[in-house]
Each structure stands twice: as structure tokens, then as C-alpha cells.
Design a protein around this ligand. Structure first.
Ligand SMILES: *Cc1c(COP(=O)(O)O)cnc(C)c1O
Length: 396
């Protein structure tokens, strides 16, 4: 495989199954290789595998770390992000957790962007704080220099941010992290390595919830941590091993199946979301659209500079009273009410004032906000659905 190939090409050919040396045949998609115990041909095969493992290479030694199926998906994540090491987890959140536990020790301090995926705060409250790890949540607009302490080790961000899709200036953050000797880690579930590649913009660690666009069908849980730094890789690898992380071969197999079509799915999600933005912009109930590919989004210039595409996620602030906003959400027919996203179907979530208050990017007081995932339905039908739901909301 050559480095000059387009990622769409690589995604169709990376991690395909090897030919059986005896029969000379192979399936196209990797089978789900389920295993706990691994058998070795002889002791020297076992010793060789362990030698490679202790040298930091990926070797198959036991089912917990995964078999060929897992290796294939790791290869694909590395290709997507342009990284050299990949560690799988059983969920995106488990990957977020792996990063914090691998990179921080008791007495350390981390700077975390206030637009980060909400449950990361719970990781801090429930676990990290008990271990004497301190976190300062910062507004990405703030002057970070004054927030750095002698024990600050990690700068943890998400771009675009959760809920409101605030674009961060990743190269500037990378520059800041380098000057202060901090590791820059980022949650890249939004871009999934396909439309946004933080390791190429100076981050050292990237997290993808494969549950979203990689899986693409709302039927699996999976996460990955990718890095291009050998020293950080050692810490991630040891921590992943010590925590006993393991991912079902069946979920990995579903992710492998999903990721092959990610180029066409994400492109279509983005196209449909843009059609919805165009329509929302004509509506008097809409105060603002949060979607960095949308030309009026404040992050649009950064998006143009740093991203190569978009997806189906957007948020909208609505000039609706709380009861009318609830009516709007419940009147939608094509949108499921639910968390998560990245599947083929449209989803809606009413963002609570409590969640909004944690994001300094939110400056619209008590206006209602909804997050929409625009699925692969025909956008005309999606728009008709939104229109009838706004009508229903007006009648409350
Ligand atoms: C969904 C999500 C996660 C968590 O992934 P799960 O697989 O649901 O645990 C982490 N970060 C972001 C940005 C997400 O959207």
C-alpha cells in the first residue's frame, strides 16, 4: 500500500484477510476471530511472540488483546489518523478513560476544554479526583498561559467540541503544549480521522468513539486511542493491558464492515446536514445554527483551514419557550429521541440548560437548544418533518 493513495482507497484495502497458505483462498472481509486461548506451534513461536510484544510490537499472545480481526481494525485506525500505534477499547468512553489513566499520575494536573464530551467530567468526579489528579476546565477562548501549573502534564481537548461543535485551533494548542512540555490529546470522534486529523495538526494522542461513524449502524460499542509517539504508546499499551481491556471480535468485525463505507456515508450525512442548515436559516424560530461547515458558523474559517469535510451533526438554538421546545422534539417523526449518533438514522436531543451552562461557547441565555443528527433519509423528507414539528410547537 502506498502513502500517496487516497484514504477512500486505503479504507477498501487495508486489513483484508490473508490467503490460507494451503488452499490459496481468503474471504474478502476479515472473519470475526473469537478466542481466549491462543495456541503456539512450538515454544520458539511463543517466545518469538513475547519477544516482539516486549519490544513494543503488536503480537498475538492471548485473546484479551485481540486476534487478526482486531489487528485489521487497528491498522485502519492508524491509517485514518496517520498514527503509528492504536489501542482498542470496548467503548469510546473507555478510550477517554485510558488516555487519562495512562498519561496522569497522583499529583498531576490537566487542562481540559470545557466543550469536552460530558461524561469525561464524571470520570474526573468519580475516579480521577480520588486519585489526587486535578483538572481545570478552560474556555477555548481563554488565555491558557495563566492556567498552567508546575504539575500540569496534559492538555485534553475536543474539536469540534461536543454539543455545539465549537472549532478549536489545534495547531495553536499544539504549539502551546510543546512550549510547556504538555501532551496534547484530543477526542476526534466528530472527524473520526476521515474529515479531521488532529495528529497531522500537532496533537500526540487522538481518541475515536468507533461507536459513531466508524460503526455507522447504531449497533456496536467500540473505541480507539491512536498515537504517533513511541513513548506515549508504551504508557498507553501498559495501561490498556493492566486494566484488562478487551473488545469482542464480533463488535470489531461490525466496525470493520462499517468503516469500508464511511466515505460515502459521512459525505452524504454532511450533504444532508448542509441542506437542513440552508432551510433552518430561513426560519424565524431559529436563532443560530452550530455546524462548522455552515458558512455563518464562527468556526467556519478554522474548519476550512483544518478539516476536509463534515458530518451530519448540528445544533440549533431556538426562540421557543421550554414547553414549545419539548413539543417540537416530540412532534418529530423521522428523528429518534436519543443519545449517541453516527448511525444511518436521524436523531434529536434536547440539550438541557445544565449541559449548556458548562460550555462558555453558549451565550444565548435561556433559549432552547437541540442537537440534531441528520441521517441518510432524503433531506426533503427530513425538512418536511422539521417543518411540521415547528408548526406543532407554535400551537402550544
Ligand atoms: C459518544 C462519544 C464518546 C463515547 O463513546 P461511547 O462509545 O458511547 O462510549 C466519546 N466522545 C465523544 C465526542 C462522543 O461523541
Amino acid at each position: 500500500m502506498s502513502d500517496s493513495q487516497h484514504i477512500d482507497t486505503i479504507l477498501q484495502h487495508a486489513g483484508t484477510a490473508r490467503f490460507d497458505p494451503e488452499t490459496g483462498v481468503a474471504p474478502v472481509n476479515q472473519p470475526a476471530v473469537r478466542a481466549s486461548t491462543v495456541r503456539f506451534r512450538d515454544l520458539s513461536a511463543l517466545e518469538d511472540a513475547y519477544r516482539r510484544k516486549s519490544a513494543g510490537e503488536r503480537a498475538i499472545t492471548y485473546g484479551r488483546a485481540g486476534m487478526e480481526t482486531h489487528l485489521a481494525l487497528e491498522t485502519i485506525f492508524k491509517q485514518l489518523e496517520g498514527g503509528t500505534h492504536c489501542y482498542l477499547s470496548s467503548s469510546g468512553m473507555a478510550s477517554n478513560t485510558l488516555v487519562f489513566l495512562a498519561l496522569l499520575s497522583a499529583g498531576d494536573h490537566a487542562l481540559v476544554a470545557d466543550c469536552v464530551y460530558g461524561p469525561v467530567r464524571e470520570l474526573h468526579d468519580a475516579v480521577l479526583s480520588r486519585m489526587g489528579i486535578e483538572i481545570t476546565y478552560f474556555s477555548p477562548e481563554a488565555d491558557l498561559e495563566s492556567l498552567v501549573r508546575p504539575n500540569t502534564r496534559l492538555l485534553y481537548v475536543e474539536s469540534p467540541g461536543s454539543l455545539l461543535f465549537q472549532m478549536l485551533d489545534m495547531p495553536a494548542l499544539a504549539d502551546f503544549a510543546r512550549r510547556h512540555g504538555l501532551v496534547l490529546a484530543t477526542d476526534n470522534t466528530w472527524g473520526s480521522g476521515y474529515v479531521y486529523r488532529p495528529l497531522q495538526l500537532g496533537a500526540q494522542v487522538s481518541v475515536i468513539a468507533g461507536t459513531k461513524y466508524v460503526g455507522g449502524h447504531s449497533d456496536l460499542m467500540l473505541g480507539a486511542v491512536i498515537t504517533n509517539d513511541d513513548q506515549l504508546a508504551k504508557r498507553l499499551s501498559r495501561t490498556q493491558y493492566a486494566l484488562g481491556y478487551s473488545v469482542s471480535a464480533d463488535d470489531v468485525w461490525l466496525a470493520l464492515r462499517g468503516v469500508r463505507t464511511m466515505p460515502i456515508r459521512m459525505t452524504q450525512h454532511a450533504r444532508n446536514a448542509m441542506a437542513v442548515c440552508e432551510w433552518l436559516a430561513t426560519r424565524p424560530e431559529v436563532s443560530r445554527i452550530y455546524h462548522p461547515a455552515w458558512r455563518h458558523d464562527p468556526g467556519h474559517a478554522l474548519w476550512q483551514r483544518d478539516a476536509t469535510g463534515s458530518n451530519g451533526m448540528l445544533a440549533v438554538s431556538l426562540k421557543l419557550a421550554p414547553a414549545a421546545a419539548r413539543r417540537f422534539v416530540e412532534a418529530l417523526q423521522l428523528f429518534g429521541i436519543g443519545f449517541s449518533w453516527g448511525g444511518y438514522e436521524s436523531l434529536v436531543q434536547l440539550i438541557t440548560p445544565g449541559e449548556l451552562s458548562k460550555h462558555t461557547y453558549w451565550q444565548e441565555g435561556d433559549l432552547a437548544a437541540v442537537r440534531l443528527h441528520i441521517g441518510l433519509e432524503d433531506p426533503k423528507d427530513v425538512i418536511a418533518d422539521l417543518e411540521q414539528a415547528l408548526r406543532a410547537a407554535a400551537s402550544t
